[in-house]
Write a protein that binds this ligand. Structure first.
Ligand SMILES: O=C(O)CCC(=O)C(=O)O
Ligand SMILES: [Fe+2]
Length: 354
């Protein structure tokens, strides 16, 4: 249940290291998982230089000229990896004022005719030739965040009294990373210009976000149950962690993905979400069946108090696997890629409004 939270809790992962403090951490985590859907983590053990190298790389990367960015354009990648310009994405029907580079765990393209089409989402990154040091920085960062997200998942399992190995069985080998730049908006213009519109994270299982501009730059907000937008300001040396829609499905709505947005402000802003991947071959029946027994009781208690409504395009849609549902979402938001690389399903995906 998303409660009327007024702020986002900060959870100190170093409390996990002592049996004396671990129960306090698990209790705080349980509250954040079941009542808020967002938290900060501190003492996360990701090396400082990995984070600072990434932060320093961002202004240089976005300062490349348009021709250099176009050299790695997302519309040339069947894996939806690369650069997209400001205005190329819309959320909740409005164009977002942000540009981004999308990367993922570096994988070979093993897709061949006969394999499920969603396997083609996996493949190599596009690296800008004018920025040769970037590859090492991004690969180290993805490696560290993959480890962090796995350590975190073990704690989530423990906080929910689940065998962590069960949670690991939902993971994909591909995790995605977005490097995002929100250009500054003229302060005399509409204060509600959308950096990214209200949404729940649909592409992953859990999101680990680095707010890469120093305070007081702000913009990220989460929606509480009363409908109030709550600021999620930058706290140095933390990650913001939030639940993705796949986790809401698997926990039968006991842990909700919370709606959030970014407002564009008078200063430019950089952010870097890491989306822990959810296995493409997962069917609806598996996703809701594996932990059904575990969550039935909690679900009934919730139903009695406020109703459990699992909000999921995957469950509503007509496609049976998570991978196909993801591919459809990606094709609908990048139609040029769909037309070029997924001609067989393009029209079906664009025209079905399930
Ligand atoms: O830029 C941010 O702070 C959040 C971005 C976000 O919510 C997303 O890309 O899903
Ligand atoms: Fe998001």
């Amino acid at each position: 249940m998303t409660s009327n939270f007024k702020s986002i809790p900060v959870i100190d992962l170093s409390l996990a290291k002592s049996p004396l403090t671990r129960p306090k951490l698990l209790q705080e985590l349980h509250h954040a998982l079941t009542c808020i859907g967002f938290l900060y983590i501190t003492n996360h053990d990701v090396p400082q230089d990995v984070i600072s190298d990434l932060k320093h790389a961002l202004p240089k990367l976005f300062a490349l000229d348009l021709a250099e960015k176009e050299e790695v354009a997302l519309h040339n990648s069947p894996h939806f990896l690369g650069y997209s310009q400001v205005g190329s994405e819309t959320t909740a029907g409005v164009a977002d004022k942000r540009e981004k580079f999308e990367f993922a765990t570096e994988l070979p393209d093993l897709w061949r005719v006969g394999l499920p089409l969603y396997e083609r989402l996996k493949g190599p990154n596009q690296w800008p030739s004018q920025n040769p040091s970037l590859r090492g920085v991004i690969e180290r960062y993805i490696h560290e965040l993959t480890n962090l997200s796995e350590r975190f998942l073990r704690l989530v399992g423990e906080a929910l009294s689940l065998n962590p190995e069960t949670l690991f069985s939902f993971l994909s080998e591909q995790h995605r990373l977005k490097l995002v730049h929100y250009p500054a908006s003229d302060p005399s213009s509409d204060p509600n210009i959308q950096g990214v519109g209200p949404h729940k994270d649909s592409s992953g299982w859990w999101t680990f976000l680095l707010q890469a501009s120093p305070p007081p730059v702000k913009g990220l907000q989460a929606l509480n149950r009363k409908g109030e937008w709550i600021d999620i300001p930058v706290i140095e040396d933390t990650f913001v962690v939030n639940i993705g829609q796949a986790f809401e499905v698997v926990t039968h709505g006991v842990c909700k993905a919370t709606t959030h947005r970014v407002l564009s402000g008078p200063s430019e802003r950089y952010s870097v979400p890491f989306f822990q991947g959810f296995r493409g071959s997962m069917t609806k029946e598996e996703a809701i069946g594996i932990l059904r027994g575990h969550f039935d009781g909690q679900k009934m208690a919730l139903e009695a108090s406020e109703g459990v409504d699992v909000d999921s395009a995957f469950l509503r849609g007509r496609y049976d696997t998570w991978g196909e549902s993801q591919l459809r979402t990606k094709i609908r938001s990048h139609r040029d890629v769909g037309r070029r690389f997924y001609a067989d399903v393009f029209h079906d995906y664009i025209n079905d409004d399930s």
